[in-house]
Design a protein around this ligand. Structure first.
Ligand code: G6P
Length: 369
């Protein structure tokens, strides 16, 4: 096992550091060499079929569900097709409105999660097209879905998912661009910007992973807190949910993620002197609004770590410390901003002496209902 960890103390840390490579592999072969358009040769979709979809459902559990939330944003933004994201164990026990004009995307690292598989089967029964996004060739979901996008994360051993998540998120960006191309809804100029942005991600993550000392120190400072809050708006809210889940899973510290604008409708009551708040502020359109929300928690005594894009100096005056991520398109920031959150969770759990790769009560793959 030690050899498999490749010099890292835990699989989770190894897998965090494998992300640049996993993302590179997942995008390899998915751009047409001449046109630089996104190309999914494995999908048998025709323009007719794609144009018939009037609704998309994304169905998944756990971290894959959080990847789906980013997927929803990306697909709606790029294709203007309405997208709903649902937890598989909810979706399967109600009567979702789906038919042959619906695309259902099931997302699952293992391809074996019982509830997600059930959602796939139910969707097919009513004639919906099912796309599986999975990391395991030959898994039940890979075999049963009408079409499959394989993430190329390689085996993920740690229960807390990291590289599987980022490759799922990447798959959604590629998928969104691909559908937009088929519907002729994306300008060449924007597509080129997007493709360039995507192609730069692996080296940008690598760059970020070279400076994790500050995050280690930060993790030490929050390890005895009774609760940690993650705030964000839009895509940052989706990343906040994933950051909060990671922290809960492996450090057992209570944590909540909140849409920052919703704070004053409840969560603000829980902010006390010294409460750690991780505030994501990477979205240009709501940057000023986020600063306002940071002021709200600061006024109640919160200790705030701001996560922002390089060059955004203004946040300095609002927070206690800052973690900068490299500049990219607003749409793509989740791939960069989630990494420091993974690192913070890892070092918090490490400082507490928890069983990082095998957290209590959790399993890597949940094949029971
Ligand atoms: C378990 C794992 C999570 C994972 C979820 C969904 O709860 O502990 O890390 O996100 O299952 O798994 P899947 O294989 O369907 O992505």
């Amino acid at each position: 096992e030690q050899a498999e960890k490749n010099g890292f103390d835990h699989f989770m840390l190894k897998e965090i550091f494998e992300q640049p490579n996993a993302l590179q592999k997942t995008m390899t072969g998915r751009f047409d060499e001449e046109s630089n358009k996104v190309d999914f040769q494995e999908l048998d979709w025709t323009a007719d079929k794609v144009n018939n979809w009037n609704k998309i459902y994304i169905v998944a559990c756990g971290t894959a569900y959080h990847a789906g939330l980013i997927g929803q944003n990306a697909i709606e933004e790029l294709t203007r097709i309405p997208v709903s994201v649902e937890i598989a164990s909810e979706f399967r026990y109600r009567r979702p409105i789906i038919d042959e004009n619906t695309l259902v995307i099931v997302v699952s690292q293992s391809g074996e999660t019982a509830d997600t598989l059930a959602a796939l089967r139910q969707s097919q029964k009513v004639g919906a097209e099912v796309l599986g996004i999975t990391n395991v060739v030959g898994s039940s979901i890979a075999r049963e879905a009408d079409n499959v996008i394989l993430t190329m994360a390689g085996p993920e051993i740690a229960v807390a998912s990291t590289k599987a998540y980022t490759t799922q998120v990447l798959s959604f960006y590629l998928l969104g661009a691909y559908v937009a191309q088929m519907k002729e809804m994306i300008s060449d100029e924007y597509r080129e910007q997007l493709v360039k942005g995507i192609q730069a991600i692996p080296s940008q993550i690598e760059e970020g992973l070279e400076h994790t000392k500050g995050l280690q120190w930060y993790a030490e400072s929050i390890k005895d807190s009774k609760s940690v809050f993650f705030l964000g708006r839009g895509l940052d809210h989706a990343v906040a949910l994933e950051g909060s889940l990671k922290l809960k899973e492996i450090s057992y510290i209570h944590s909540e993620a909140y849409a920052a604008g919703e704070l004053k409708h409840g969560t603000l009551a829980l902010i006390e002197e010294g409460t750690p708040v991780i505030a994501l502020a990477t979205q240009d359109e709501v940057y000023e609004k986020m600063l306002g929300n940071i002021e709200e928690v600061k006024a109640r005594g919160a200790q705030v770590m701001g996560v922002a894009t390089e060059g955004n100096m203004k946040i300095y005056q609002y927070v206690d410390e800052t973690c900068y991520i490299p500049a990219t398109l607003s749409l793509l920031t989740p791939l960069l901003s989630v990494v420091p959150l993974q690192i913070i969770s890892y070092y918090t759990a490490l400082a507490l002496g928890k069983d990082i790769d095998k957290p209590r009560n959790l399993a890597k793959s949940v094949t029971v209902e």
